[in-house]
Design a protein around this ligand. Structure first.
Ligand code: ADP
Ligand code: MG
Length: 312
């Protein structure tokens, strides 16, 4: 059957400006689930990847704030916690929608590790801020104690930064395949996956942030999916975004999209990685399509009838 990998952005999990209570988060995930149901009703096999930036940020904050009472968990463990927390809400919300619609199967969250290369050049230039803000003195003390890297963040204080390496391999890919074959909806590589590196026979978690759109590409690649759908706040990727001559993109051939990317139309850290993930995916096999669109257009996007549609 046809497999669709959907990457959910921040707006699918949390509303900006709302208190990040469990109740509020579940409410947003319920709306997201209603959109995703449309894809399942069309008879597609669905796999869900999601972001975790604000959620893992709060888990780190909770751990740091309670450090005197109970040992703070390292960043990779916080990532695992965020996958469980978000996956739980997706299981509740989408599970309920599926039962109501009389669809078989159910969402199942897979705590997912993603292997990265320790010699990835990204480790030389950590860029992703994580966790709370510190004063310069605090930051220097922690840096000396734990070896963390800190950067000044836009006048708001000092924050720990970690690398954003390229995802090499989804460690639990076979488990995800088995769930799909059995008719379940896997939730995998949440927050881009927990970054791990090979250590002898085993794997070891490290502090890094894998871009969730690139992780979704790895998942889609590994599953030989037919469509990668990246759902975000905007209905289209645009040329000259935010300028008077802004132009929304509909169907675009991959080579042309690649030119636009090189011309700098898609901002690093937001639209850039989505376009990069889309291009990597469609270049990986014949007949593949990647779609970048808004959450509200999930069903139409998955059918290649809305958003920015990238084909080879
Ligand atoms: P998500 O949480 O869904 O991953 P991001 O905030 O990382 O979302 O990326 C989506 C955002 O990218 C849009 O809301 C928009 O503000 C921004 N953006 C940057 N460049 C572009 C572009 N060329 N076209 C459309 N949106 C863009
Ligand atoms: Mg966002």
């Amino acid at each position: 059957m046809n497999t669709i990998v959907v990457a959910l952005g921040g707006n699918a999990l949390q509303r900006a400006g709302q208190t990040a209570s469990a109740e509020n988060q579940l409410k947003v995930v319920r709306e997201t689930a209603a959109q995703l149901l449309g894809i399942l009703k069309a008879g597609k096999q669905l796999v869900i990847v999601h972001g975790n930036g604000p959620q893992v940020g709060r888990i780190v904050l909770q751990n740091e704030a309670a450090a005197e009472i109970t040992p703070p968990m390292p960043f990779d463990v916080c990532g695992a916690m965020s996958q469980g927390m978000i996956g739980y809400h997706i299981q509740q919300a989408l599970g309920a929608e599926m039962r109501k619609a009389g669809l078989p199967g159910a969402p199942v969250t897979v705590v997912t590790q993603v292997r990265v290369d320790e010699t990835d050049p990204a480790f030389l230039h950590p860029t992703k801020p994580i966790g709370p803000f510190y004063s310069k003195e605090e930051a220097e003390a922690i840096a000396a104690d734990k070896g963390f890297v800190f950067r000044e963040d836009a006048g708001r204080g000092w924050r720990r930064v970690v690398a954003s390496p390229l995802p090499l391999e989804v460690v639990e890919l076979e488990q995800v395949k088995a769930l799909l074959t059995a008719g379940f909806v896997p939730v995998t590589a949440g927050g881009g996956g927990i970054p791990v590196v090979s250590r002898g026979e085993g794997l070891e978690g490290i502090a890094a942030v894998i871009d969730k759109d690139l992780a979704a590409w790895r998942v889609a690649e590994g599953l030989q999916a037919e469509t990668l759908v990246i759902l975000t706040e905007v209905e289209h990727a645009c040329l000259n975004y935010g300028k008077p001559n802004q132009q929304a993109l509909g169907r675009v051939e991959a080579d042309r999209m690649e030119q636009y990317l090189r011309q700098g139309h898609f901002a690093a850290g937001s639209m850039g990685p989505k376009v990069e993930a889309a291009l990597r995916f469609v270049h990986g096999g014949a007949g593949r399509v990647a779609v970048i669109t808004s959450l509200e257009k999930a069903r139409l996007g998955a059918q290649g009838q809305a958003g920015t549609i990238i084909y080879d």
